[in-house]
Design a protein around this ligand. Structure first.
Ligand code: GLA
Length: 406
């Protein structure tokens, strides 16, 4: 099989999942036999491969990727899986098991079309973008399923793009390097789906590494892996407030950052410094201040994890949340409450909103033995205060895209 990227075994981040599963829901891995059986049932023959791509949680470095900045995400054990087989013609048939819906198109006739077909846009979008990058494709049959929560800020979009692109490229026998595949998926999201996302989600979904976070410099698109500390759990809490107006507001924030950079006479905010802020008016000044300080926090966070200075790491996460709340203005009262409850809970190292904001999840670093207390002091209290039942799970850092023959 041509396209094998990051296919090492799954590894944990020091969390005993057996001990925590009963307390907190944990991401299920997609069962390969189930998706293979579903393919056989749908098309009456066997798939040739299964392509699996993870969602992600970002530990720190939010709204910096499209400013040429630094991010620090982890690929998590919530994935989208695609079973696929080549056809003799150039028709693509796709079935989404989760939506119980189908799509069909001719591979050479897929046209750029700004989204309105839901999940179908991601598959058509990567089919279009791969060919736009001169990667020839073939007809194929696919089934898709996944367990990355949608609209929760855990990159379900990137996971479906990467899993589908991995399957389409592999079925056609194309060899595509990891970074190029991520860029193709970002192109599909920017130009086909219509969300002006940066490169973070797609890069970590393709190239994430088990047991590690990924420090990505989004300007040079270079990266390095940083081992996650032992006996520290990554716990995601879904506030159960779906992202509100996220695409519109996200694109607006991106536009504000571009305006701030332009006002400073720079291509991006990457090289802006705090001394330049006086030249800007609010809200552009606030947006730029967040980006400048967040890039610094990423560097300090990586250093803190490397030296196991967990108290500094935690404070940087709380500072990041505050900056996203007050300067970038992408938090919600529910996310603020979750971060505050975490801060008051013994054994929590740090917490912040993760992803685009406007709803979705917090990411929490915990001493592993504190997970039971976290459930009571954070999740149960959140429920009492808001009436919302937050979904919480301990996540493992896994490898990025895995394409394997059946
Ligand atoms: C979304 C986007 C990413 C990134 C984050 C905010 O997840 O897809 O590219 O901009 O928001 O950090």
């Amino acid at each position: 099989m041509a396209l094998i990227i990051g296919n090492g075994p799954k590894a944990g981040n020091g969390v005993s999942s057996a001990a925590t599963d009963s307390i907190l829901g944990r991401g299920m891995s997609i069962d390969r036999t189930t998706i293979i059986a579903a393919f056989e049932q749908t098309y009456s023959y066997q798939p040739r491969l299964v392509s699996e791509a993870p969602g992600r949680v970002n530990l720190i470095g939010e709204h910096t990727d499209y400013n040429g900045g630094l991010v620090f995400p982890v690929a998590i054990d919530r994935t989208v899986a695609v079973a696929a087989a080549r056809r003799d013609d150039d028709v693509v048939r796709v079935k989404s098991l989760d939506f119980d819906q189908c799509d069909e198109f001719r591979i050479d006739a897929v046209k750029r079309f700004m989204g309105s077909r839901g999940w179908r846009d991601y598959v058509r979008g990567v089919a279009w973008a791969l060919q736009d990058e001169n990667i020839p494709l073939r007809g194929c049959d696919m089934v898709i399923t996944g367990d990355v929560p949608q609209g929760a800020g855990l990159s379900s979009s990137a996971a479906i793009e990467v899993a589908a692109a991995g399957a389409l490229a592999a079925v056609a026998g194309a060899t595509t390097a990891g970074r190029e595949l991520a860029l193709v998926c970002q192109k599909a999201e920017n130009l086909f789906v219509g969300v002006q996302c940066g490169i973070m989600d797609q890069l970590v979904s393709v190239l994430g590494k088990a047991g590690h976070a990924m420090l990505i410099d989004c300007q040079s698109q270079t990266y390095e892996y940083v081992p996650l500390p032992e006996a520290v759990a990554i716990v995601i809490v879904d506030s159960k407030v779906p992202r509100r107006l996220s695409d519109t507001d996200y694109n607006l924030r991106r536009e504000e950052c571009a305006q701030a950079a332009q006002a400073l006479g720079m291509d991006s905010l990457r090289d802006a410094t705090e001394s330049m802020l006086a030249a800007l008016q609010d809200p552009l000044r606030k947006r730029a201040r967040h980006v400048i300080t967040e890039n610094e926090r990423v560097i300090r966070m990586v250093d803190a994890l490397r030296t196991r200075d967990l108290s500094t790491a935690g404070n940087l996460m709380y500072d990041s949340h505050k900056s996203l709340r007050d300067e970038f203005e992408v938090s919600t009262p529910e996310l603020d409450l979750l971060a505050d409850l975490s801060r008051a809970c013994r054994g929590v190292i740090g917490a912040r909103l993760t992803g685009a904001g406007f709803g979705g999840c917090t990411v929490n670093l915990l001493e592993t033995e504190s997970i039971g207390r976290f459930q009571i002091n954070v999740v149960d209290r959140y429920c009492e205060r808001t009436g919302l039942v937050a979904e919480t799970y301990v996540c493992q850092a896994v490898d990025g895209l895995r394409v394997a023959d059946v």
